[in-house]
Design a protein around this ligand. Structure first.
Ligand code: FMN
Length: 337
């Protein structure tokens, strides 16, 4: 199978990332640590460490440990609401991390400059065309367009609609990577043809052989189908929570109880909105840890995208990337035949 068309469509994204195949493994808290990140980059893709709630000291150790496992480029994903964001940016700079991904909202004042002045490239999520334009004006180097099919925290719009809205306007200005619901190479080919520089996948890589996720977590993924990966529901209009897509389990119900508890604290004036939202985020981080690390697939959070039905067995990262590349190349060859 000739890969010439695929290689040419991925060239811009691969050059931007400094890797062979313009496929990012999106950061997944607790899952995207040294082993998975290094395996992705060693296999020609682009791994991204999920900093999540790590302290600067822990991030420092994680980057050093990842570097010990790969000499290929990888990125670091930082959450904008982390109270020590600027210290984390410093840690990335000390390690000469080439790409920083900012997630969880618009970059706070001074963060873009802090990341770029130390030479790193900045990648941000664009949840709408207007925000994509704003981010480009602020100096962001690349965008990820992620639809609501994705696992983890999600926006309200599907990948296919976001891609149609954002790619025609933005793809000629900077590299745009499409994410959310991608499980096979045919979809990768389609987004590349629409102008994407590459793609980002999470769910498809979460259960790779190199992923440290607990075997219970992986088994739950193998059993699940697309319709099991549901978005959390906001129960109180006064407490806006970002929806999270995860496999339905008892933990889904306990999130409803957590929202009630936090809404009551808000009502009672015990906490402010910012603190309320932080409590919700801490809840998710704890629940995800229980599922990924401890294997509590009932009470923990099994964050997963709708592509989970296409995850059927444990496979090495290199095999997953090879399948995606082959499927994409074949799809492109069929079109030109
Ligand atoms: C278990 C899990 C944890 C995730 N954690 C994060 C995170 O900490 N930060 C982030 O920016 N995205 C996170 N994501 C989103 C992924 O980085 C990626 O963008 C998404 O999984 C892509 O969509 P897909 O799941 O349909 O492939 C997570 C996704 C999953 C499945």
């Amino acid at each position: 199978m000739t890969h010439a068309k695929l290689t040419s469509l991925m060239a811009r994204g691969a050059e931007f990332l400094g890797c062979e195949t313009a496929i990012l493994c999106g950061a997944m808290s607790w899952v995207s640590e040294r082993n998975l990140v290094a395996a992705i980059s060693n296999a020609g893709g682009f791994g991204v460490i999920a900093c999540g709630a790590m302290t600067p000291e822990l991030l420092d150790k994680e980057i050093a440990a990842t570097k010990a496992l790969t000499d290929k480029p990888f990125g670091v994903n930082l959450i904008t609401m982390h109270p020590q964001l600027f210290d984390l940016i410093d840690v990335c700079a000390r390690h000469d991390v080439g790409h920083v991904v900012l997630a969880g909202g618009l970059p706070p004042k001074g963060s873009i400059e802090a990341i770029k002045q130390k030479g790193a490239k900045l990648i941000c999520f664009a949840p709408a065309l207007s925000l994509a334009k704003k981010l480009v004006r602020s100096g962001v180097d690349a965008l990820v367009v992620e639809g609501m099919e994705a696992g983890g925290h999600i926006g309200p719009v599907s990948t296919s609609v976001l891609a149609q809205e954002i790619l025609p306007d933005m793809a000629n200005q900077l590299p745009v990577f499409v994410a959310g619901g991608i499980g096979r190479g045919e979809a990768i080919a389609a987004y590349l043809e629409m102008g994407a520089a590459g793609v980002q996948l999470g769910t498809r890589f979460a259960c790779a052989t190199e992923s440290i996720a607990h075997s219970n977590f992986k088994k739950a993924f193998f059993r699940a189908s697309a319709r099991d990966a549901i978005a959390s529901v906001q129960i109180d209009a006064r407490l806006p929570v970002i929806p999270v897509r995860a496999l339905k389990n008892a933990g889904t119900e306990s999130f409803t109880a957590k929202q009630r508890e936090v809404a009551n604290l808000l009502d009672g004036g015990t906490i402010e909105m910012m603190e309320a939202q932080l409590q919700i985020e801490h809840y998710w981080a704890g629940a995800l840890r229980r599922a990924v690390i401890d294997g509590d697939v009932e009470g923990g959070s099994l964050m997963a995208g709708q592509s989970v039905g296409m995850v059927t067995k444990e496979e090495p990262v290199a095999d997953i990337i090879a399948q995606l590349v082959e499927q994409a190349a074949e799809a492109l060859a069929r079109r030109t035949a």
